[in-house]
Structures are given as C-alpha cells and as structure tokens.
Design a protein around this ligand. Structure first.
Ligand SMILES: C[S@@+](CC[C@H](N)C(=O)[O-])C[C@H]1O[C@@H](n2cnc3c(N)ncnc32)[C@H](O)[C@@H]1O
Length: 303
C-alpha cells in the first residue's frame, strides 16, 4: 500500500497502489470509458486508469478524507476535465450518479499512507497520538469516544467481531478498569493496556499484539463493514451491462463479505464472478511493497 522514506532529511510519504496491472486488466481500460474510483486515496489507481483511457476516458472519484483528497487532487490535476472528484462516503454514489452508468468501479479498501503514517490521526501505534481513527474528519465519534464510553459488553463485541480478537473479554475488562482511573486518550495508552492484558506467551512476534484491537476500533469508528455491505448491494446499479466491479480488501472480514455477496448475486443471476479465487500480489510486488502482502482482489461483471 505505502511506504515512508527519507530524502534530504524530510520524511516523504508515498502511497504505492497495489495490484495495479491486475486492476487495469480486469477493468478493461480503454479510451472513451468511464470509471468510478470509489476510494481515491493518493490517486494512484485513478491516474493509471486515466492514462490507459486517454484521450477521453473519465474517472469519477470519491474520497472522504481531507488529507488524501488533497493528495489525489494534486496527482490528478494534469488530467483536467477528465476527472470529477467528490468528498463523500462512497455509499452515497447511487444518489450522486442519478441515472448515469459507468464501465467499471474500483474499491481499494483500507487506509492510505497519509492516514497510517501521520501520528495525529491515531491509526498507528508506532508513535504516540490522540486516539482518533476517523478517516473522515467530519465524523463526530473518535476511537477515544468509543473506548471511554461503550459498555463492557459493547467493547467485547467490537473486539471479538471486528478484531477477531480471542482475548476480547479480557481486553474489554482491562479497558473499563483503566478508564475508571483516567480516560484513555492516546494510542500508546491503549496499546499498553492490550500488551499488559495478553499473557506474553500468547503474544505474536510477527505483528504487534495490539493490531487486532486497533483494527476493531478503526472498523467501528468508520463503519467500514456496513459501508462495504451497502456498496456491494447497491453499486451494481451504477454499472452498464458488462461493467465490472473490482474490490481490493486487506483483512478477512472484508474479503469474506465480498466473496459471500458475489456468490449470492451470481446465484440470483445478477453478476458473473471473474475471480474464483482472490488475486494476490506477486512475490515481486510483495518484496517491493511489503504492505501489499494482505491484499486480495475480487472482480465480477454485471450481466
Ligand atoms: C487504500 S486507499 C486507496 C488508495 C488508492 N487506490 C491509490 O492508488 O492511491 C483507501 C482510501 O479509501 C478511502 N475510503 C475508505 N472508505 C471510504 C468511504 N466509505 N468513502 C470514501 N472514501 C473511503 C480512505 O480514506 C483511503 O484514502
């Protein structure tokens, strides 16, 4: 997905689009076609789609995060009138598009590098920062609000269902105990609670012990699964017959939802699945961009 590197003493963040060639091939990019990039991020996929559909292909882009939107606007400026950008949750696409239909839709779920790497956004536990995790800064509820105000049962539910965390009960209890002393406001405070709660012998050496907890709160704050469910159900109406939807997901909850919805819609005769198994990055891509490792691409066509 992304990486940070040092240049002349400044940290430059760059988002590396994943599975680029695969997406371009599945979307059958050709001049004159119109695509929706529902998750613009840094505009990486969108600019490639625009290059491959030159001189007159169009991209309609959605992005709800202000930082990412700025990146995308800069990256896509050279394409002028061929790009239309909206700061919206992609679930509003059907209202926005009215009766207009397109040749393809891309959803590249997850986070952009600008979100992950910026400590103030609260997604990463590498540094310390406010426990925020809102992708759209206009939302009311932050992760700190959830952590400090949900009931014990609600915390356990979120950790178990959105983080697939087998220590959900214990972590929820520890959160409640800790916040009785003082509110949990920072990423490091939450991380330390999780590290203290899970016995050392059950802690992974490969990934940070707090990864599942952070995933759980991020999904809840941004309503990620509900958003995906809505676009998976409503997005097809935006496609012409033969139009394609490509979805790149980064964790099993999303991938399972995509797989099951595709299967159901295929049985109902609405779509044809083009990827019986998810397409994953090549060895070479994984080496070049380690964050691509968990990416899974599924694609289907409206019939
Ligand atoms: C992995 S990044 C996309 C990267 C992009 N494909 C590129 O090549 O630069 C995912 C982006 O989707 C945005 N996003 C996630 N859910 C969204 C939603 N419901 N509506 C609009 N944007 C969303 C995030 O803010 C993030 O910037």
């Amino acid at each position: 997905m992304s990486f940070a590197f040092q240049q002349a003493g400044f940290e430059i963040l760059r988002h590396i689009p994943v599975l680029m060639e695969e997406v371009i091939t599945f979307l059958r990019c050709e001049p004159g076609r119109t695509y929706i990039d529902a998750t613009l991020g840094g505009g990486g996929h969108a600019s490639e789609i625009l290059k491959r559909t030159a001189p007159d292909g169009v991209v309609i882009g959605m992005e709800w995060d202000e930082d990412a939107l700025t990146e995308a606007k800069n990256a896509l400026m050279p394409f002028g009138e061929r790009v239309k950008i909206f700061r919206e949750n992609f679930i509003h696409l059907p209202d926005l598009m009215k009766a207009e239909s397109v040749d393809g839709i891309l959803l590249d779920l997850g986070l952009s590098s600008f979100q992950v790497e910026k400590e103030g956004r609260g997604f990463s536990f590498r540094g310390d920062g406010p426990l925020d995790m809102r992708m759209d800064q206009r939302m009311d509820q932050t992760a700190a609000d959830l952590v400090n105000h949900l009931s014990l049962e609600e915390l356990e539910y979120i950790l178990f269902h959105y983080g697939e965390e087998s220590w959900a009960k214990r972590i929820a209890k520890a959160i409640v105990q800790e916040r009785e002393q003082e509110p949990i406001e920072t990423t490091q405070t939450l991380r330390k609670i999780v590290h203290r709660t899970i016995p050392r012998r059950f802690q992974s050496r490969r990934i940070d012990t707090a990864t599942k907890t952070f995933q759980a709160f991020r999904i809840k704050v941004n309503d990620e699964l509900e958003n995906l469910r809505k676009i998976l159900e409503g997005g097809w109406m935006l496609l012409k017959k033969g139009g394609r939807m490509c979805i790149i997901s980064f964790h099993s909850l999303e991938d399972r939802m995509v797989k099951e919805t595709f299967r159901k819609l295929e049985k109902e005769g609405e779509i044809r699945i083009l990827t019986q198994k998810p397409v994953t990055p090549s060895e070479e891509e994984r080496r070049r961009n380690p964050r691509s490792r968990s990416a899974k691409l599924r694609c289907a066509e409206r019939v």
